[in-house]
Design a protein around this ligand. Structure first.
Ligand code: NAD
Length: 471
């Protein structure tokens, strides 16, 4: 069994304590990974501080991030296998994640080259004709990145890529369930030419090491992706440090009367159940115009039944395991609660341990946790509506606001959705789950603070300094 320490100051270091990372489908040990001690965290932070004291030219950052994209292409299959094994992600999705990771690196390289301040029209002030003002953007310094299990490569790159592009050294704490990808990534970045101390990876359990890092005064910026519950804890503990938060959602999707039903059903089923629904923008609440209720429901049942549940390393698999038994138990509990409160099951297979086949419900109510909370499991509910404004209102009755989807041929309805839905992104004729790596991505309400996408993240990860010249 492989054994990993940490990656600090440009090299792999030895851990004194380890924990076991499971193979998520086989449910057997996959590797031993280090549990960072206070000394390890200290070493990582000191290395990052020393890195920040050295200079790393913008052109070199660009070149190294491009190299990293190239290397990731060469090592793509190894990364995809690692993601499939440690995160239980179907291999076809893991391959897409790696290909997207290359895009994220390339957009980060571009962001390094194009980050800029702006001229301030200060001459518009009385008596300021002889002044010239402009801003430059400067990195905050040591950046703490804390990441979730579900996209162990691309979501990590959405933090590490822009942080390095902007000139911030990183201390990365990946999810304990899927840390191996991050450790391999640190090796790859080192190989690509990231100077020592700019990328440091420490592993271990979130509450213990996360809290120490979040509270440490040497950390100048925190970028977190994960659950709203942990996001709230981090924000409270961070005191006045700037914090970027990418949190959960219970994504609403609307199927209007003029929708392409086949496209809607196939897309929504794939995005509700793919990777067992463990995606922050996975389809969860589906509002369907009453005139197409029956044909859409039939198409959705068919599309759901067509999905292949099984071993994530099999290229045919759409739905693999959930991350652990506790997550599967919670999904099961919420499902049973919903049924007890009147929900009707349209599709459901038999659960076996971490394997939870797709569940499709109707007669769901907003009070049920499967609708009001983030389900983060292969479960979706259908609700009919009379008027599209009713669907917009229901969609907005959520503590979250990340992304939403609407299927319609009507431009006016599509633009009404874009204006009225209280979310960071509206996808037209696609599901809430669409994301391209250069778009601004992030939410409002309990879905978080700030935007990712390298061009936007480098802005968030730098601050402006205004310079006024009295000429
Ligand atoms: P999680 O919140 O349980 O853990 C995320 C990270 O936080 C892990 O690295 C964990 O170890 C760490 N952590 C836990 N407690 C901590 C603490 N007290 N202090 C500091 N760090 C702590 O999330 P998860 O189960 O790994 O991932 C699933 C969640 O992530 C879902 O809610 C999902 O919606 C969200 N997510 C959001 C996005 C997005 O871009 N908005 C993307 C993917 C996942």
């Amino acid at each position: 069994m492989d054994r990993y320490g940490f990656f600090i100051n440009g090299e792999e270091t030895t851990a004194h304590r380890h924990y076991v990372v499971q193979h998520k489908y086989r449910q057997e040990p996959l590797a031993e990974v280090g549990e960072a001690s206070a000394d390890d965290l200290n070493y990582a932070l000191e290395s990052a501080i020393r890195a920040f004291e050295t200079s790393w030219a913008v052109f070199d950052r660009y070149r190294v991030l491009e190299n990293a994209a190239e290397l990731l292409g060469q090592q793509a299959e190894d990364f995809a296998r690692t993601i499939a094994q440690e995160a239980g992600k179907p291999i076809k999705d893991a391959r897409v994640e790696v290909a997207r990771g290359q895009q994220t690196l390339r957009y980060s390289a571009l962001a390094a080259r194009t980050l800029k301040g702006s001229e301030i029209p200060i001459g518009g002030n009385p008596g300021a004709e002889n002044r010239l003002a402009f801003t430059i953007r400067k990195p905050y310094g040591v950046t703490l990145a804390i990441t979730p299990f579900n996209f162990p490569l691309n979501l990590v790159l959405h933090k590490v890529g822009p942080a390095l592009a902007a000139g911030n050294p990183v201390v990365l704490k990946p999810a304990p369930a899927a840390p191996i990808t991050s450790l391999k990534l640190a090796r790859l970045l080192n190989q690509a030419g990231v100077p020592k101390g700019w990328i440091n990876v420490v592993t271990g359990q979130g509450p213990e090491i996360g809290e120490q890092l979040v509270k440490d005064a040497r950390v100048k910026l925190i970028t977190f992706t994960g659950s709203a519950a942990v996001g709230q804890i981090i924000r409270a503990q961070a005191a006045l440090k700037p914090v970027l938060l990418e949190l959960g959602n219970n994504s609403a999707n609307i199927v209007h009367e003029d929708a392409d039903l086949d496209l809607a059903a196939r897309t929504l089923a794939a995005r509700a159940y793919g990777y067992a629904g463990q995606v922050c923008i996975a389809v969860q609440r589906i509002y369907v115009h009453h005139k197409i209720w029956e044909p859409f429901r039939d198409a959705m049942v068919q599309a759901t039944n067509d999905l292949v549940v099984g071993n994530p390393e099999d290229p045919a698999t759409d739905v693999g395991p959930m991350i652990n038994e506790a997550a599967a138990d919670r999904a099961d509990l919420w499902y049973r609660e919903a049924v007890a409160a009147g929900a009707k099951t349209l599709v459901q297979g038999s659960r076996q341990g971490v394997m939870v086949p797709p569940i499709l419900l109707e007669h769901v109510a907003p009070s049920m946790r499967v609708m009001s909370e983030e389900v983060f499991a292969p479960l979706a509910g259908l609700v009919p509506y009379e008027d599209v404004n009713q669907a917009f209102n229901w969609a907005n009755q959520s503590r979250y606001g990340l992304q939403a989807g609407i299927f319609t041929q009507n431009l006016k309805v599509a633009m009404q959705a874009a204006r009225q839905l209280q979310v960071g992104g509206v996808m037209v004729n696609d599901s809430s789950s669409y994301r391209a790596d250069n778009m601004p991505y992030g939410g409002i309400k309990d879905s978080g603070i700030g935007r990712e996408g390298p061009e936007f993240a480098v802005e968030e990860m730098t601050y402006p300094t205004v310079i006024v010249l009295n000429l």
